[in-house]
Design a protein around this ligand. Structure first.
Ligand code: SAH
Length: 221
């Protein structure tokens, strides 16, 4: 068997599979072409366990170890699109690095991504993947993300990829005027993707659509 042909074969399959993912995201209502382009380019299969890499371009959440999941591509696309709408932030804080896929997508669209993860094994795996991919503008920290990262703040935008019951006050305090935070907020009626904008120091809150994220937990493991 010719290994070169094999590699090319895999590459072509995955290019087709990725194109299908992008078509599906479009049909689900994602319209930001730059977000779609980046999601076509970022190799999602390198962020999941090798045994699951053949499922990496399905629109589903997949396990990444430590009882956590990589978010569904639709969710990554939607949150990124909401963050970038109207105005492109330069420095973005992400809470919940997980496998690093969302941070890698963001890294192609903004100047710097700061990302915090409470599980050290996940943070280590993500660090390796960023290095393998040559991603150099993602700055990581292992900590409880609900406290934010005051030494590196304030930030123009924030993506919270685990669900709190309220907007964490320390995070809002580190958001620049006009900046926005996209988060899955847990309410009495269920969890909703929510956009919080800082306007004259006050919170302006828009509820977007239902969401399904793991809870934002306290402490770091
Ligand atoms: N953005 C990730 C998906 C995140 S899943 C990706 O692209 O893969 C949610 C992540 O949030 C998990 O890894 C979980 O460990 C982390 N998390 C939960 N509570 C946290 C907290 N308080 N601080 C930092 N990370 C947290």
């Amino acid at each position: 068997m010719n290994s070169r042909a094999d590699i090319q074969g895999v590459g072509m399959t995955s290019a087709r599979t990725r194109a299908r993912l992008i078509a599906r995201l479009r049909s689900q209502g994602i319209t930001d072409e730059t977000v779609l382009e980046v999601m076509q380019a970022v190799p999602r299969h390198l962020f999941v366990d090798e045994a699951l890499s053949h499922r990496a371009y399905e629109d589903s959440a997949l396990p990444i170890g430590f009882n956590q999941t990589i978010s569904q591509p639709y969710t990554v696309a939607r949150m990124t699109e909401l963050l970038l709408e109207d105005n492109r932030p330069s420095r973005v804080l992400e809470i919940g690095t997980g496998c690093g896929y969302q941070a890698a997508v963001l890294s192609a669209l903004v100047d710097q991504v700061f990302t915090i993860e409470r599980i050290s094994g996940l943070a280590d795996n993500a660090r390796r993947t960023f290095s393998d991919l040559g991603v150099t503008n993602v700055i990581q920290r292992h900590n409880d993300g609900a406290n934010g990262w005051s030494e590196r703040g304030p930030f123009d935008g924030m993506l919270i990829t685990a669900s709190p019951h309220q907007v964490p006050p320390a995070l809002f305090a580190q958001l620049n005027e006009g900046g926005r935070m996209i988060l899955p907020l847990e309410t009495d009626d269920g969890q909703y993707l929510t956009r919080v904008t800082r306007l004259q120091g006050e919170m302006s809150v828009d509820t977007i659509e239902p969401a399904k994220f793991v809870p934002l937990l306290g402490g770091s493991g």
